[in-house]
Design a protein around this ligand. Structure first.
Ligand code: AMP
Length: 117
């Protein structure tokens, strides 16, 4: 499996603004934030895309959401609300092929996300 920039962040080969770590996942601030709060929550297991998630990954992927909820509370955006997104492949806008849950909030977000069709 090819190494991505996120594997290098997990291995501390490149720096990141880490806000949470446990045995299953790592969470850090997005380098190009799209909102006041933009955090990426990634499994330590290198799963390339949502297409590659298997039943054995269900606990790990579910854990990403538990951590997202905890961080949202810590960041003070749980009450107003936020968005969690996992992009897949080219049409989904995925650019790093190690699944990651975007936690985005701190302002009102537009919907639908594709206003130009
Ligand atoms: P996606 O387009 O869904 O694959 O999201 C990848 C995200 O990773 C983008 O929002 C990037 O800004 C973010 N990103 C890329 N490199 C880094 C990095 N070194 N540290 C933090 N975030 C990064």
């Amino acid at each position: 499996m090819s190494e991505t920039i996120f594997s290098r962040i997990i291995n501390r080969e490149i720096p990141a603004d880490i806000v949470h770590e446990d045995d299953q996942c790592l969470a850090f601030r997005d380098i190009n934030p799209q909102a006041p709060v933009h955090i990426l929550i990634i499994p330590k297991k290198a799963i390339p895309t949502v297409n590659d998630i298997t039943e054995e990954d269900e606990k790990t992927v579910g854990h990403l959401y538990t951590v997202a909820a905890r961080i949202a509370k810590e960041e003070g955006i749980d009450g107003d609300g936020f968005r969690t997104v996992m992009n897949c492949n080219e049409h989904g806008g995925q650019s790093v092929y190690h699944i990651h849950l975007h936690l985005i909030g701190g302002k009102a977000l537009g919907w639908p996300p594709f206003p130009n069709g």
